[in-house]
Write a protein that binds this ligand. Structure first.
Ligand code: GCW
Length: 649
């Protein structure tokens, strides 16, 4: 590969520091060395004592300031800016905050305090070492191959991984999982004879304050050929994991922990031995605890072999039914990792009821930065507004805590980076990685302001470019929603690839994702009164709000209710007219976005403009296809014409 885009950290961001005196407190913490190297790279003048009157000073904060190990305070007085850090991680994060501020002309005359809301801010890579016959090198990856692995092994040259680590540190990410949660036989060996791969990756991430995590095969004691069982309550199995974990942590003392997809979509788990998820998770947790590491156990568990004729099973209920009875049984270093919605990373879902229900468990929220169901990095879809809505949702009512305050186990997301020259396929998909890191640090940040921050750091200060890209991306998630599955009904994608429309693609499948459209109406009755009872998994006031068609928010109406096409939304439109109107408007808006990008030709570098322009053309084609298939399907099914007489096929 010849071309590599610098993302939001081009060297011009550093040039603000060229020639400036920088003082970094004495101390041999490796992360302070990283800050010193950053300063040298910027061409700053490193000075010891005395602390210079101008420039930048990076020093430990007074204990009285009460900063955590990753926190820092910034203040400017005259020509001097001071970073006071709680621990060396804070020094590194403070450094990058200074870069952001300098690039954007922000000053903190009154001291500003920065502290991450979550201790764990992790990106999970679904990268395989051996190329998977269907999923390829990266499962649900839309940015080329893996940045870690090629030709069946770890890459020899890890310099790109190092640049990636720096980018992640600059947005506050402090952990990375280096392999897919679907663990193949080859990848299972990362725990045994190929531990050297993990060790090398950990060495690259370490100077950037990033701990490495590993997805493990729950049946490894069996599959790696050492035992005839992987029963978590069998003493030999527990000992096997304790030994394996000690080996890992001896070679990687700052090892972060295991990520486990168990008894889910064919992955092995404790159920084979009649054990439950707490038995499985605690067994691993006990192996990890002496080393200060965690096990993240995924709550994405459901029956993926459902008979579509079976109306008594509701996939949306599965995680709650499985895990809530286990609340209180998980060890302290177990983190239950829950996808934001009860189904699967759809463009619009109600928030998973598991999160508010498990008060005695460390729950982590799982988001998807890779755009599996949101345009696969061919459509420009800025997801920070979705995440911000999720994080700000108040499950117990308006005057009670937001979701971000209920989550104590951290924030995780599936990564969107590969070996492609832009890192993220679509050049504008970089905004999602940036937005994720910043929101994981501070969930109260405004996504629209974050977008401007990212644009300024990435594209410089041409006001027309800034305004143009802002206009394209700011509302792009809602635009995508408007030309795809309507009103929270979900899953109208092509089976397998999950790209492009197939209204009935999953209707008669075993995956439990149905919309039940017929000539009279559409949607899934998940009420307590007449449906699957899912609405009752929420606390009040939401259980009642979702239960009634009168109070359910329009955007999730069809997730909770089966209604006639003539049902009138709060917006005043009927469901059928809403489908037509949003699909015409959405496809038109996609064309508008492409035109706005066109207008930036010559203002944005050609090597960025061109590949994005190709993707905008694909987005317009695909949005038109979505519009026509969805509108045609519902016109033919309902027989109700568009009030405005537009073309439907
Ligand atoms: O979203 C679905 C994906 C699978 C994925 C699974 C999961 C890793 O289609 O490819 O498998 O979720 O989250 O485990």
């Amino acid at each position: 590969m010849t071309f590599e885009h610098p993302m939001w950290l081009p060297d011009r961001a550093l040039s603000f520091l060229t020639g400036l005196p920088v003082h970094v407190a004495a101390g041999d913490e490796p992360l302070l060395d990283t800050v010193r190297r950053e300063a040298e790279r910027a061409g700053a003048v490193l000075v010891d004592d005395p602390i210079p009157a101008g420039g930048l000073t990076v020093v430990p904060a007074d204990a009285a300031a009460g900063l955590g190990p990753e926190g820092f305070e910034l203040s400017s007085a005259g020509e001097r800016t001071t970073v006071s850090y709680g621990g060396a991680h804070g020094a590194l994060y403070g450094w990058f905050q200074v870069l952001r501020d300098l690039a954007r002309g922000v000053r903190h005359d009154a001291p500003a305090r920065f502290e991450p809301a979550q201790r764990l801010r992790v990106l999970d890579h679904w990268d395989n070492i051996a190329v998977h016959p269907v999923m390829g090198q990266v499962e649900r990856g839309y940015s080329g191959g893996s940045i870690f692995y090629a030709d069946g092994a770890l890459r020899d040259d890890l310099s790109r991984v190092e640049r990636y680590a720096r980018l992640l540190a600059s947005i506050g990410i402090n952990a990375v999982t280096v392999n897919n949660v679907n663990v193949g036989r080859r990848e299972a060996r990362l725990l045994s004879d190929d531990l050297g791969t993990v060790e090398r990756l950990a060495a690259v991430f370490r100077p950037w304050g990033i701990r490495v995590h590993l997805s493990i095969d729950f049946a490894a004691p069996l599959n790696l050929g050492d035992l005839d069982t992987s029963d978590p309550l069998d003493g030999r199995v527990a000992q096997w994991w304790a030994d394996a974990t000690t080996r890992v942590c001896t070679r990687i003392p700052d090892f972060g922990g295991y990520l486990v997809k168990a008894d889910s979509e064919g992955q092995p788990g404790p159920h084979a031995y009649g054990r439950d998820h707490a038995d499985g998770a605690n067994m691993l947790a006990r192996a990890l605890a002496p080393h200060g590491a965690v096990v993240r156990w995924r709550a994405f568990v459901y029956n993926h072999r459902q008979d579509w004729r079976d109306r008594s099973t509701d996939r949306a209920r599965a995680a709650y039914d499985t895990f809530v009875p286990l609340d209180g049984r998980f060890d302290d270093n177990v983190v239950l990792q829950v996808k934001y919605g009860p189904l699967d990373f759809q463009t619009r879902e109600p928030l998973s009821p598991v999160i508010p229900a498990m008060a005695q468990t460390n729950v982590a929220l799982e988001l998807q930065v890779t755009q599996e169901y949101t345009g696969q990095q061919r459509h420009a879809v800025y997801l920070a507004p979705q995440w911000s809505e999720i994080l700000g949702f108040r499950p117990f009512g308006e005057d009670r805590p937001a979701l971000a305050e209920l989550v104590r186990g951290g924030i995780a997301a599936v990564a969107n980076v590969g070996d492609d020259g832009f890192w993220t396929g679509h050049p504008l998909a970089q905004a999602n990685l940036y937005g994720y890191g910043r929101l994981a640090w501070d969930p109260t940040l405004d996504p629209s302001a974050l977008l401007d921050e990212w644009i300024a750091l990435t594209f410089g200060d041409d006001a027309a470019v800034a305004a143009g890209i802002h206009a394209i991306l700011d509302d792009s998630w809602r635009t995508y929603e408007s030309y795809t599955a309507p009103l929270g009904v979900g899953f109208m994608v092509t089976p397998g690839s999950h790209y492009g429309p197939a209204v009935d693609g999953y209707e008669y499948s075993p995956w439990g994702t149905y919309h039940f459209a017929d000539r009279d109406g559409i949607g899934v009755d998940r009420t307590v009164a007449t449906g699957t009872g899912y609405a009752g998994q929420y606390p009040e006031p939401w259980a009642s709000r979702f239960e009634s068609v009168d109070t359910v928010p329009d955007e999730v109406l069809l997730f909770f209710h089966h209604v006639p096409y003539t049902h009138r939304l709060h917006s005043g439109r009927t469901v059928i007219q809403h489908i037509y109107d949003t699909h015409f408007a959405g496809a038109a808006r996609a064309a508008g976005m492409a035109a706005e990008w066109d207008a930036l030709r010559g203002r944005v570098d050609d090597d960025v403009w061109m590949p994005a322009a190709e993707r905008f053309a694909e987005q317009v084609r695909s949005a038109t296809e979505w519009r026509d298939q969805v509108n045609t399907y519902f016109w033919r099914t309902s027989g109700i014409a568009d009030e405005r007489g537009r073309t439907i096929y």
